[in-house]
Design a protein around this ligand. Structure first.
Ligand code: PHE
Length: 459
């Protein structure tokens, strides 16, 4: 395995891993979840969850990858044998299924970029209707999400250094520049301060158990944990790298971008006196209405959706790399073949999700649970993301604590970080992985399953 090609160094790894973490979760989901769950209080809980649970689990994933130099299946197999490898395989499957619909949503963002910058979106009088028509339009959706998958595949096919790392090193700075530029602009809008107040002054009256559990699930998804994306990326770093500080930087980058996305969106939303709790439509329905009222709406709106698309792209890249590394490592496929077949296959698996937004009645009202009729996309999201990721993270923590042992993990981390063993950070990480993460992630898993699929709600 000594010829396994990897990232050129720390910057490359951090850029790629931060690119994976920063995605639709930060710019699309985080603002609307914050809007629905009481603003600043949600933000604070999300920050706490990121550092208390997310960061240690991320360290665990990266260590497993670097120790074994393998894909998630191979990593569990080498450290724990065939039975445990099922957990790794489950992660690979989650990656495939999450990418199948994530790519569809990324396609919406990408086409909104074109429609806003060059098309007629801003002449609309009914943005809810516009969005509804758009997502139900098969031909546009098909074309644009196909394009997005091709872009992703093209980058992944070029390999770790020349593809994934190179793309992240360009896309991440562009993303930060766009984000900061847009924030400066949104701060100048009337009522911007109201938005900031909602976002930054916590109202803990609105916090229930529910908020905590949502924030924890979100932190986990947002850091790309639970399915082995970071086992995979971790397998491409050298023994000289400091896993702790790299994971810390990635976690900070992830919450940093989410925080900035809020600084951008809430002033925008309040400048028009609209409600921040619009849900998933916040970005696609509320924001275009706001861009419409601006003199530079085409430019600002276009820049926003470009930002969203770039963030999504560095995440789809990491989602595709997981199954690609699996077939390359386990079945010795060459990379190009692996990328082509998997990207095509995942695109096909994503079609029912694409058709589930109004195009096909069957997939739109696919199944009834959680008290409502759910479309196919939501079903896949519930099973593989909301349930699958916490389960994967819980099992990984149990695996490290009970099978691989935290002392072996610490020995791996010690390489590149002399003095780690015996440090406060080691104690903290060991305690979280052994006790806190299994319990909390296990509870998220159980609560979600019971609430969604059995209608049993505890709060
Ligand atoms: N973290 C990404 C986001 O916030 C999504 C993702 C999850 C990517 C899991 C890879 C693996 O959008």
């Amino acid at each position: 395995m000594s010829n396994r090609s990897g990232f050129s160094g720390r910057l490359g790894f951090v850029a790629a891993a931060a690119g994976s973490a920063v995605g639709l979760g930060n710019i699309w989901k985080f603002p609307y979840e914050t809007g629905e769950n009481g603003g600043a209080a949600f933000l604070i809980i999300y920050l706490v969850c990121t550092f208390l649970i997310g960061f240690p689990v991320m360290v665990g994933e990266i260590s497993m990858g670097r120790k074994t130099l393998a894909d998630p299946y191979g990593a569990y197999n080498k450290l724990g044998g065939r039975k445990w490898a099922i957990v790794g395989l489950f992660g690979v499957i989650c990656g495939v299924m999450i990418l199948s619909f994530y790519n569809v949503v990324a396609g919406w963002a990408f086409s909104y970029f074109f429609k806003l910058s060059f098309g007629d979106l801003l002449t609309s009088t009914d943005f809810g209707g516009y969005f509804g028509n758009y997502v139900a339009n098969i031909s546009d959706n098909f074309f644009i999400s196909f394009l997005f998958m091709v872009l992703t595949a093209f980058i992944v096919a070029r390999g770790i250094k020349k593809g994934i790392e190179a793309a992240a090193k360009i896309l991440m700075p562009v993303l930060i520049l766009l984000l900061v530029g847009l924030i400066f602009y949104s701060m100048t809008l009337p009522n911007a301060m109201e938005g900031l107040k909602f976002y930054l002054v916590p109202d803990f009256n609105k916090v229930g158990f529910d908020t905590i559990y949502k924030a924890m699930g979100h932190a986990f998804f947002s850091l790309s944990l639970g399915m082995g994306a970071l086992i995979t990326y971790g397998s491409y770093i050298s023994k000289k790298e400091n896993i702790i500080s790299s994971a810390a930087i990635v976690s900070i980058a992830d919450v940093g971008v989410a925080f900035l996305a809020g600084l951008l969106i809430f002033p925008l939303v309040f400048s028009q006196g609209v409600e921040p709790s619009a849900g998933p439509g916040l970005v696609f329905i509320t924001l275009p209405g706001i861009f419409q009222t601006m003199a530079a709406g085409k430019l600002i709106g276009g820049a926003f959706f470009l930002l969203l698309s770039l963030a999504a792209l560095t995440s789809t890249i990491s989602l595709l790399e997981v199954p690609v590394s699996y077939v390359v490592d386990e079945y010795k496929w060459n990379r190009t073949k692996a990328v082509t077949i998997l990207a095509a296959g995942i695109f096909l698996i994503g079609l029912p999700s694409m058709f589930s937004q109004g195009a096909s009645e069957l997939f739109t009202n696919f199944i009834h649970y959680d008290g409502v009729s759910k479309d196919f996309l939501s079903l896949i999201e519930d099973v593989f993301l909301n349930v699958g990721l916490p389960l994967g993270g819980c099992l990984m923590s149990i695996f490290i604590a009970a099978r691989w042992k935290t002392s072996n993990m610490a020995a791996e981390i010690e390489q590149g970080n002399a003095g780690y063993i015996g440090s406060f950070v080691q104690k903290f990480i060991d305690i979280v992985i052994t006790y806190i993460a299994p319990v909390l992630l296990g509870s998220i898993f159980l609560l979600t399953v019971m609430q969604k699929f059995f209608g049993i709600s505890f709060f």
